[in-house]
Design a protein around this ligand. Structure first.
Ligand SMILES: [Ca+2]
Ligand SMILES: [Ca+2]
Length: 290
């Protein structure tokens, strides 16, 4: 069964089988007789939808143990910061390459999964209400020791590459202000009150999709610290910035960001001696400045 446009103005859309909503879901402003926003219940299997377009700050709630697979961008219109709550099961992202999903609030309940796949995600929060620590905890849970199969925020793309890829990928997170991304990211609005989450290479501290000198410098500046965050060099989410994180960074230094289709074609990592030479070169420059 395929359906075109569905507009949510309150209520529940329920599926127990395979359904594809080919176009988009509009989260429309509340009017007389409806509360705005709505719930998508997927009891089992997978429900596919196109874009999710917010025209109201009220939100979309995903319930049921099945998967809601979003095949387009989740985007709040300019000036709107819609809510997304995943209360049960899994919500899987799949926005077009280079475009970010954007919401105002994200709620992922315990034991529930946001599958980032290879996406970018922006939470444009209200001042003083940063979800940074919540996102940090959710991503650490999804990491699952490197398998990327945990609940919380994980990535099925990173999970596939964890099995066979030469260059490990990850879900990085940062306050936009910490990585200089306060004037837009992935084609959507960002500002100083924004948390950015993206699929990228392990070691990409500044979330630019590459592992290079700025990432090494972030790690070096925080080495041996025990309150580690991704943008400060904690690439295995254990809270400490140490050699384990350096090894993740070094194995991806200068590498391209792989996709699942490419991971089996990517050659073995660049020789460790070259990586270390590059890293040490950066370190020497830093020390010479200091
Ligand atoms: Ca980087
Ligand atoms: Ca670490």
């Amino acid at each position: 069964m395929s359906i075109g446009t569905v507009s949510f103005a309150g209520g529940t859309l329920s599926s127990v089988g395979a359904v594809n909503l080919g176009s988009r879901i509009n989260i429309i402003a509340p009017g007389s007789g409806n509360p705005g926003g709505g719930t998508i219940l997927v009891n089992s299997g997978s429900l596919g939808v196109g874009t999710v377009n917010y025209a109201t700050a009220l939100g979309l709630t995903k319930t049921g143990s099945g998967t809601l697979a979003v095949g387009g961008q989740i985007n709040s219109n300019a000036g709107i910061v819609g809510a997304l709550a995943i209360s049960q099961g899994t919500l899987k992202l799949n926005a077009p390459a280079g475009t970010a999903n954007r919401v105002g609030t994200l709620t992922v309940s315990a034991g529930v999964t946001l599958d980032m796949a290879a996406d970018h995600f922006v939470i444009d929060y209200s001042a003083g209400n940063s979800p940074f620590n919540t996102v940090k905890t959710l991503v650490a849970s999804g990491y699952a020791g490197g398998a990327w199969t945990g609940t919380g925020i994980n990535s099925s793309t990173a999970a596939a590459i964890a099995v066979s890829g030469a260059h490990k990928t990850a879900v990085g997170y940062a306050e936009a202000s910490a990585v200089g991304l306060t004037s837009g990211f992935g084609g959507v609005t960002t500002d100083a009150d924004t948390v950015i989450v993206r699929y990228t290479l392990a070691g990409d501290a500044n979330l630019d999709g590459q592992v290079g000198p700025p990432d090494f410098q972030a790690l070096a500046a925080n080495f041996n610290q025990t309150a580690g965050i991704w943008s400060g060099g904690d690439f295995n989410y254990d809270g400490t910035v140490n050699a384990l994180d350096f090894n993740l960074l070094a194995s991806n230094y200068g590498a391209p960001l792989p996709s699942p289709a490419l991971c089996t074609l990517v050659p073995e990592p660049v020789a460790a001696s070259i990586l270390c030479a590059a890293a040490l070169s950066v370190r020497r420059r830093r020390h010479s400045v200091v």
